[in-house]
Design a protein around this ligand. Structure first.
Ligand code: BGC
Length: 666
């Protein structure tokens, strides 16, 4: 089919291009141009089979990959790239041109109902992981749709509330992951539902111009589903494609155009970008075929889950010794609905017939298990017979593994969580086990932060299993018995309790407005600056190995800093370590967070082996956004570079001075 240009289209055809055909397709102008199909994302392919009158949808079964929050805990760009590539294979098989993923909104508030769909509280980690995911997806022939631009950091009143954020905070925190992910040139980007400083996400001309001019984004800007109020205003702002088709909006657009309220230039610009999107997607998938079998993709999902599971605490009870007897309790060990192991909403993957059975996987690995569900998913308070039996088993066995968590009833799109604590019945099950067994291991299945203050001190070990997806039971069993050495690290801080979180939510007296008064004080940036102790810091995660850092060398290279150091695995087990590089300005003239992540890398390090890491920190690593200069600025001053195993476990550091952009080691 010969490529059409926008000049060959009538005004009506252009307007049809701006509006999408139905729920999941662009308009093919009666066969004149190709049509593209889009589908959700991000942790599996959710192709909608049926849509009921109440809006609820049934999806076709697909491979469930780990939730994005768990993928982020791998801190491994290669894992993100692999997940993207696997998803591309699935999309190719099902004729999907664009996967509506990934989302990079910052985890500003631990109760945001969609945190399980997002990567991190830190923009570099979120941006880098998303970039790798996009590279994997698009390298496999399928377009990405980076979302939700911007400041959709809570679900509460998401269609109306305005996120009120100052320019510096936008630049350093909320735009930054989009900026980094745009380096992978996603074919499309989705706006957010909310307002940003009063302007609707679908009409955010200032942000759209920034994407194009500064972040060099060349794809199409797509609306979030039904986020458009006024199609003419959004087109004039630079929103190219409205999804899904909305008859009323389309008619109004035609009327507005007829009376001259929308310029030809604006209409042509959007139509051209939708045309480019269609042709780019078709070209991207030309000659591409799925390269992995379904079995290989399931294996990848399981490997990624194993890499993302975080060992938060371990007094030595893990890995389980051979021949041990384990009491397993908690209905999450053998869930009766897959909704228990996923967040709800547009990302909810239907796993079909696939089951999750941790007791069975442990038994296969030689652990003698006895299982009691102890509580039900829909239970809140009661402590019944099964819970009593579970406590007895805990006392009689060598260790007790209690499986607790959330699931789509608690974590979902469209609503925020009410509390950061687990339902009371689950906390009681943990406490009962801890009373009966000093070797209580808690496994948490959730997509975001859990307040563990009621029980953390009383248990021997804690594993944060996230929402692991297909094969997650095997991945978890491997970690419990030590066949896999845990290497996940937290991509968000676990504060001691919710009261320590500086970010306000939009509820109550602030109705309609969420004031981001904490500014840059999000996550570890706040806790480390204000000296607030946390339960588990950002970047924290234990291994069965021991890693020793040494031999830091630093030198100026061009206008950046070359940094290199060694990490040795002094244990008898192969393992993997994620090293993290933070920068702080020692006496800043403008307020700055105490430390900020600038680089990270993960590597396998064999038992007794040593590995050297090397990074080049460019000027941006030292810069802040200057509101007065309306640009990035590297202040003259003294800086420290901190190399750590977490945001609070700093192992090496060096000091330097920057004057007129020149670096001098101190
Ligand atoms: C969500 C998007 C999703 C879209 C299509 C919206 O409600 O915010 O993330 O891609 O629906 O399902």
């Amino acid at each position: 089919m010969k490529r059409k240009t926008v000049q060959e289209l009538s005004a009506e055809e252009k307007m049809r291009l701006l509006c999408g055909k139905d729920f999941w397709h662009t308009d093919d102008l009666a066969g004149k141009i190709p049509q593209i199909t889009v589908s959700d994302g991000p942790n599996g392919l959710r192709i909608v089979k049926e849509r009921a009158a109440d809006g609820s949808e049934t999806a076709y079964p697909a491979t469930a990959y780990p939730a994005i929050s768990l993928l982020a805990n791998t801190w491994n760009r290669a894992a993100a790239r692999e997940m993207g590539a696997c998803l591309a294979d699935e999309c190719l098989e099902k004729d999907v041109d664009i996967l509506l993923a990934p989302g990079v909104n910052i985890k500003r508030h631990p109760l945001n109902g969609r945190n399980f769909e997002y990567f991190s509280e830190d923009p570099v980690l979120a941006g880098e992981m998303a970039k790798a995911y996009i590279e994997g997806l698009q390298g496999g022939g399928v377009g990405a749709c980076l979302k939700h631009f911007c400041c959709n950091n809570l679900e509460y009143d998401r269609l109306n509330q305005s996120s009120e954020v100052d320019e510096r905070t936008l630049r350093e925190l909320y735009y930054r992951p989009f900026e980094i992910a745009c380096e992978a040139q996603p074919v499309s980007l989705m706006c957010s539902y909310n307002r940003i400083n009063g302007t609707l996400g679908a009409e955010y001309a200032k942000g759209f111009a920034l994407l194009r001019k500064e972040f060099r984004f060349r794809g199409a800007i797509v609306s979030d589903w039904s986020a458009v109020r006024d199609r003419t205003a959004s087109a004039a702002a630079g929103l190219d494609l409205e999804m899904p088709f909305n008859e009323k909006n389309y008619r109004k657009l035609c009327e507005d155009y007829a009376r001259g309220a929308l310029s030809d230039a604006a209409l042509d610009a959007c139509a051209q970008r939708v045309l480019d999107l269609v042709y780019r997607c078709k070209q991207m998938r030309q000659g591409k075929k799925a390269v992995r079998t379904a079995e290989e993709r399931r294996a990848a999902a399981r490997r990624i889950a194993a890499e993302g599971i975080v060992l938060l605490k371990n007094n030595g009870v893990l890995p389980l010794q051979k021949g041990r007897r384990a009491a397993i309790s908690g209905c999450y060990a053998r869930p009766d609905t897959c909704g228990m192991l996923r967040g709800g909403g547009s990302s909810a993957v239907n796993r079909g017939e696939e089951t999750f059975d941790l007791p069975a996987r442990l038994a296969e690995r030689g652990v003698e298990v006895c299982f009691e569900s102890a509580f039900r998913y829909d239970e809140v308070e009661s402590f019944g017979q099964s819970a009593r039996r579970a406590a007895l088993h805990a006392a009689a066995c060598d260790c007790s593994i209690v499986c607790v968590g959330l699931g789509e009833k608690f974590e979902r799109e469209g609503a925020d969580r009410e509390t950061a604590r687990l339902p009371a019945v689950q906390e009681r099950a943990i406490l009962a086990s801890a009373k009966s067994s000093p070797n209580t291991v808690v496994v948490v299945f959730a997509g975001s932060y859990i307040d563990m203050s009621a029980w953390e001190e009383k248990v021997a070990a804690i594993l944060f299993a996230g929402y692991p997806g297909t094969g997650g039971d095997g991945a978890l069993a491997d970690i419990l018995v030590g066949a896999v050495n845990p290497s996940g690290k937290l991509s968000e801080t676990f504060p001691r309790c919710l009261a320590d979180v500086p970010a306000a939510d939009g509820r109550g007296v602030f109705a309609g407005v969420t004031a981001y008064t904490e500014g840059l004080g999000v996550g570890y940036r706040h806790y480390s600056t204000c000296g607030v102790p946390v339960l588990f810091p950002f970047g924290h995660g234990l291994s069965y190995s021991v890693f020793v850092y040494s031999d830091l060398s630093a030198s100026a290279e061009g206008c950046g800093l070359r940094l290199s150091f060694a990490v040795e695995n002094t244990s008898a087990r192969d393992g993997a370590e994620t090293v993290q590089v933070y920068v702080r300005e020692c006496v800043p003239l403008v307020r700055r967070p105490d430390r900020e992540l600038k680089e990270f890398a993960k590597a396998e390090i064999g038992a007794g082996r040593r590995k050297r890491f090397s990074f080049l920190l460019g000027p941006r690593a030292f810069a802040h956004w200057s509101a007065s200069k309306d640009g990035w600025e590297v202040s003259d001053g003294v800086y420290e570079v901190l190399v750590g195993s977490s945001a609070q476990d700093i192992r090496l550091q060096c000091k330097l001075c920057i004057k007129n952009g020149e670096i001098l080691l101190l």
